[in-house]
Design a protein around this ligand. Structure first.
Ligand SMILES: [Zn+2]
Length: 203
């Protein structure tokens, strides 16, 4: 990884071996690349992971992916998703107790916002991952001859292809529709259940 970054004149970075997943925290001044302890060895998979995180850093620096936009989309998406799910539960509990009703319009608005924001965020996210996976092969090829890796470049390409299809198909085709519909489904469920609940009138 160091070789890839230095070869591309990317020098202000630090590598930390920690965390459950490897990731790249890009910053113009100083990028920190976290490599999880299980990815810190000589296996082909670890080589791919290291090249992947280095490629993220390069793609962010070159604006292939706008890192601030990605972070911004991630934050808004997560807050709206988590916020709407929590609000629906609170709405349900409060209605059960017969205390107070949260505006159904507000919750409906959040669930539809989540519906539109989920595909936008995941589209940008998978696009970033896909571009990173493609770049890592190019970067590995560039440093290949200077190193004697005990792995075969063809094997790496196979692993890389698998990762790429897992990212794209699993995330976009399976996860995105589910995540788009969870808050809407919950909210519609709650709206249907509420009128038939024996909401206490003894308060
Ligand atoms: Zn990545």
């Amino acid at each position: 990884m160091k070789k890839i970054l230095h070869k591309n004149n990317f020098n202000s970075f630090e590598i930390q071996i920690k965390g459950r997943v490897s990731k790249c925290a890009y910053n113009k001044e100083k990028t920190i690349i976290y490599i999880s302890p299980e990815d810190n060895n000589d296996s082909p998979n670890s080589l791919i992971v290291a090249a992947h995180e280095a490629s993220h850093a390069l793609n962010y620096r070159e604006g292939v992916t706008n890192n601030s936009l990605l972070k911004y989309l991630e934050k808004s998406y997560l807050s709206i998703f988590i916020g709407s799910v929590i609000l629906i539960f609170v709405e349900f509990l409060l209605a059960l107790l017969g205390v107070f009703q949260i505006s159904i319009k507000l919750i409906n608005f959040l669930t539809y916002l989540n519906f539109f924001l989920t595909p936008i965020y995941y589209f940008y996210y998978t696009r970033d991952e896909a571009k990173t996976e493609k770049r890592l092969i190019i970067e590995l090829q560039n440093i290949w001859n200077e190193n004697d890796f005990d792995v075969n470049l063809q094997d790496l390409k196979k692993i890389n292809k698998k990762r790429l299809s897992k990212d794209i198909y699993l995330v976009s085709i399976v996860a995105v529709p589910i995540l788009m519909l969870i808050p809407i489904g919950l909210q519609q469920g709650v709206i249907k259940i509420l009128p038939i609940l024996p909401i206490s009138s003894s308060f």
